[in-house]
Ligand binder design. Sequence first.
Ligand code: SF4
Length: 250
Amino acid sequence: MNNKKIHAIFERFRASNPKPTTELEYRTPFELLIAVILSAQATDKSVNLATRVLYKGANTPETILALGIEGLSKYIRTIGLFNSKAKNIIETCRRLIEEHGSKVPESREALEALPGVGRKTANVILNTAFGHPTMAVDTHIFRVSNRTNIAPGKDVREVEDRLLKVVPKEFQHDAHHWLILHGRYVCIARKPKCPECLIRDLCEYKAKTKPKELGVGVTAKKESKKKIIGSATRTGSSLGDTIRAVKLRK
Ligand code: SF4
């Protein structure tokens, strides 16, 4: 995909959602770190439900360490892989206290040395807690980058490197949030919502979903949808609206 198109895509994302951020709930870098560790192969919603209760009583390395693996497990047992996550989190708390003065380190190397923290988690922390222009490539970003042809790659690392190369500097800090939200609510895995996608004219995916494949069969519905899509395209504002509409429909 050429640079002009990539610039236009991110301009539309920004117009539609000027201040994107993670859907995980947090107030400190430490709360974010624990939430991101918990979110591996789990939904943000399930993590938020657990951390809302957990953080009321324990939201520092010392207080979570004091819970121990068993005590922490009670708060997170609704989240997949909670046993190994509890072990990693307790060990991470111990290391933060002993090696980093109870602070979350602002360095990739130090973050990746913590149990349960891989490259993607480190990228999220560096970006969202500390403002670095990193790309935390997850399954959604991987899919959207390949489908649209913004940054095709055979694995997440290739996509990450490519995004860092092709996304214009002005969009780099927020790019991964826009791409995640787009993949989560619009460019979904099984049947992307191409007819209501705000970048469909720029996207290079060859097998775009047709309106009838999305079950828009009734003429009246088609007409009203056309109007909505038309007005969203004209205003260039649709990702935020689509996300809100999808949430309301759920
Ligand atoms: S047009 Fe379809 S495939 Fe392309 S980004 Fe939008 S939803 Fe995804």
